[in-house]
Design a protein. Structure first.
Length: 345
């Protein structure tokens, strides 16, 4: 079965189910006996359609539409409203599933950031006089390194001010990448490219001046986590932007609202990690514990973050199966169980 045939045959049933869910207004007894039985049949059919769509058409907009419909209908069929996830549930699993659910968008965001890093480093090596023009004046007067494993000369007050400055900068970059999605992703892409270019130029200039070790020591402790957060924020912005460019079969306003909600969840869940990156950059980095320690700290933070994406974002509770979307586990189970019996399978 191809996508057009699937949508043509199944959309009328989805429309009928959506109308019954709307008529119930959260109370299935409003419908009466016959419509309620019809609701149950349509729910099982939609759950089967969802399982089929996830398997055969995972990137089509009909998948999130079906997920929303099945999730809304489930509590009417089973007589209890789905429990709202707590903040702890969100931070413990929901956020990670949001990060992992669009790996292609995540990879594109990473490319927009990391490719300019390499290009900026090459540019700084070939033409440092021109490349230094993209570096803000506050960063052009880098203090001389004091040797590997020594304090970098920051007092407690300076560390506090530095941490605050970095925290504000991280939030600004992340918000631009996130909010830039409303410009169809143009500002998001520009923010990622500029920040990647800036990092690459700084690295290239440091290498040219023989201070690669100092640069790595300054960047590594917080850099992996910070760049990870920026990549995720960029992916959130790109999701919003793409919903404006290609809303699929949804109305453009509906597509934007849906992706904006997901992007807001990504921004909320990323905020604590940005705070951690700012604290590391403000207090751990200036202490100058040494190149090896800097690499260990940065590598550990990055491994923890992406390890959580892999472990908490891609597995359903109690199973090792992938979880593409953060929908109720019971709805997913019902969909999987009904795939062999429902229409359209």
């Amino acid at each position: 079965m191809n996508l057009d045939r699937f949508l043509t045959e199944r959309e009328p049933a989805w429309t009928e189910l959506r109308a019954l869910v709307g008529a119930a207004k959260g109370q299935p007894e409003r419908l009466g006996a016959a419509p309620l039985r019809r609701l149950g049949a349509l729910y099982r059919s939609a759950a089967a359609d969802l399982a089929l769509a996830r398997r055969r058409f995972p990137m089509d907009p009909c998948v999130p539409v079906l997920e929303d419909l099945v999730g809304r209908a489930r509590h009417l069929v089973y007589g209890s409203e789905a429990r709202r996830a707590s903040l702890w549930d969100f931070l413990g699993r929901g956020y990670w599933r949001r990060v992992a659910e669009r790996p292609v968008v995540l990879a594109v965001s990473a490319l927009f950031l990391l490719v300019p890093v390499g290009l900026g480093a090459v540019w700084a090596g070939d033409d440092p006089a021109a490349a230094v023009g993209v570096v803000p004046s506050a960063l052009q007067g880098n203090r001389e390194g004091r040797g590997d494993g020594t304090d970098l000369g920051f007092s407690t007050a300076e560390s506090t001010a530095f941490s605050t400055q970095i925290f504000v900068n991280n939030i600004r970059v992340t918000l631009v990448a996130f909010a830039g999605g409303i410009s169809a992703g143009v500002l998001t892409a520009a923010s990622l490219i500029f920040n990647g270019l800036l990092i690459g130029v700084l690295g290239g200039l440091s290498a040219r001046s023989g201070r690669t070790g100092t640069f790595v020591q300054l960047v590594a402790p917080h850099g992996v986590l910070e760049l990870s957060c920026i990549v995720v924020a960029g992916a959130a912005g790109m999701r919003m932007g793409w919903s404006l460019i290609d809303p699929g079969r949804r109305r453009r306003s509906d597509a934007l609202a849906e992706e904006a909600r997901a992007a807001a969840e990504l921004a909320l869940g990323t905020a604590p990690w940005l705070v951690l990156a700012g604290l590391v950059e403000g207090f751990v980095t200036p202490a100058g514990f040494g190149l090896l320690a800097a690499l260990v700290v940065g590598g550990t933070l990055g491994a923890v973050y992406w390890g959580l994406v892999w472990c908490r974002g891609r597995a359903d509770p109690g199973s090792g199966r992938p979880a593409r979307r953060p929908v109720p586990a019971s709805a997913s189970a019902s969909a999987s169980a009904g795939v062999t019996a429902g229409p359209g399978s």
